[in-house]
Design a binder for this molecule. Sequence first.
Ligand code: SAH
Length: 470
Amino acid sequence: MRCYPVFLNAAGRRVLISGAGGTASAKLRLVMKLKARIVVYGATPDADVRGWAEAGRITLIERPLQEGDAICAAMLYAANDDAQEDARVAAIGRRAGALVNIVDNLEQSDFITPAMVDRDPVVVAIGTEGAAPVLARRIKQSVEEMLAADLGVLARAGQAFRAEAERAPKGAPRRRFWARYYDEVGPAALAAEGEAGLRPALERLLAETLTITAAPGRVALISAGPGDPEELTLRARRLLHEADVVLHDRLVDPRVLELARREAKFVEVGKTPGGPSWRQSDIEALMIAEARDGAFVARLKSGDAGMFGRLEEELDALDAAGISYEVAPGVTSAAAAAARIGASLTRRGRNASITFITGQDAAGFAEQDWRAAARPGQVTAIYMGLRAARFIQGRLLMHGGASDTPVTAVENASRADERVVSTTLERLPEALEAAGAKGPAILFIGLSPRRALAALDAADPEEIKAMGAL
Ligand code: SAH
């Protein structure tokens, strides 16, 4: 970066333009937006310049700029369309300590005038250091489209209310106050009542903020379900929509995150198996810090928050910090996976109980009560079981499991890339490998897909391939 962007405070200062022809008037159109004292020097002013002088918008001095004219000037534009004259006045400006711009001469200028999107007091300046004026114009056009025409009116009313808004507690409540003003309340008031409606709207919003945020921050531990937002509970949806901060696991589906407000702060506190991870203590510390800052924190966990989600550790941390919370239960991935294959988790005469186990724990592949899981008719749902598939197979066979025990893997349950792999205990690792299963997946020991569904699935070439491999 060669040119550093700054906003120069020119209010009440002198800004000089040397030249009074077309080039000068083009610059004047921009510079006249400033609350500065603008002085134009030129022996032969064009009609525009003369008109602005007559209207009192500028001071016109009908002679060339001379030594002494630039004293205490903030900026000087050399806009004479004459390189020699421009160089002469630029030297005068520099000797007087003014910032000098020679129009269309980047090399000899102290500053360049950016492309601007003007929603005063909101101003976006776009510069390419002269490399690509066309690009700058295109960016300007996109930004123009992005920013509502009356953004400046909103911002001015907001600016005038800043001192009062200090009454909203610092941190999240105050941020939320401003976000709601600019996103919802301000535009609505402007549309309904015009500029005069803005101040009363700000006052109402502040009163509301003060009553709501009298309560300290809190945390909702929300079950995000297996993927499809349709599997969310109404409560999870409502809480998510209210959140200021969303801390989510890696497996939480992006479609679910979209249900939070755009202004919410999102942090992925994921743990990738075998990859980079957030430490549990750091997640807890962040959750507590955000709540202490007054935020309503949504701690989103995939599936049901209470199933292999370290929920109670986080509740312990919140209790220790004295922060209030609620837990929103949800659809665990085993429930979604069972629904997908048309199986019930229990069935009279087959299994009166079901066991949920994990294939992995802190120590690696997890040891379980394999003898119980190997019993005929027993149904076990295994989470995090893909990488441990060969280990699980070995343990079950070792404890007397029948080699033809049905095993069904449901990968990415309720997502677009959902797949079912139906096999037997004997062929489990090979079948998973042949199907290229990468997870996340649930393995059901003792369950097979309902026949009618299996036939239906066979209409899908992807699944024919997967099943054919078995
Ligand atoms: N609390 C979650 C489980 C978290 S442990 C729940 O109730 O589902 C992570 C494991 O969940 C994954 O390794 C996988 O076994 C399972 N899982 C999560 N999302 C899944 C999905 N959409 N389809 C299949 N299994 C999933």
